[in-house]
Design a protein around this ligand. Sequence first.
Ligand code: ATP
Length: 242
Amino acid sequence: MENQMLSVRNVTKKVKGRHLLDSVSFGIEQGTICGLLGPNGAGKTTLIRLLTGLIQPTKGEIEVNGIRLTANRKQALRNVGAIVESPIFFPYMSGKENLRNLARLYPDLSKTEQKERVTEVLRIVGLENRADDKVRTYSLGMKQRLGIAQALLGKPSFLILDEPANGLDPMGIRELRELIMKLNQKYGITMLISSHLLDEIQKVCEQIIVIRDGKLLWNGKKEDLANQHESLEDAFIELVSQ
Ligand SMILES: Nc1ncnc2c1ncn2[C@@H]1O[C@H](COP(=O)(O)OP(=O)(O)OP(=O)(O)O)[C@@H](O)[C@H]1O
């Protein structure tokens, strides 16, 4: 379909005879926030590593914004920004210095454009006032937002966040949620967010996919999943214990 940001078709990842993912298919429409749920060991990280081009599928096809990831890795990944697990920054450098270092990975941008882009992403994530402070003085929530700022450097149309709320306090979780909504609504960024925090997924995602043992158990609208049960938690538990 034309308005698909992500298309995953019959994707299988087999390692040493074991299926980490088994013929998984789903799509994400442009402008949607999709939650990726599954119990520990379900294959979520494997899926995210495939989508970010870190590993190759054994079988199947992945398209980002209509570009085949296997055939045109570099071009397809231009659309993708990601924070996978906790981003690592140099603690004795400021947020701005860390980002300026990373902005050098975008050689298409001139030095001035790189600096401008760093200022812009710091503003988007709300860190402009702390940009010159050393990262070691940042809270976990601020480090997460700096991670998102890094992921935004390349102006991605598709953002992948792996467990972004892990370890955050309620305030940090709320700030993260507001940032996610802003990126989606104001900047039109499509997102895939993996999380164990069902409450958070419920608050921000329209679409939900659930995997277990490498298989897709559910793909659809959040309402359709939650409506059949008391809560998303009940729906999730029932799905994964079948
Ligand atoms: N390179 C590999 N070789 C063999 N097994 C692997 C490899 N990578 C992952 N696995 C296994 O594949 C399964 C899926 O792992 P994965 O990390 O994708 O799950 P997950 O859904 O991200 O889990 P969690 O919620 O605990 O992070 C696990 O049983 C894991 O041990």
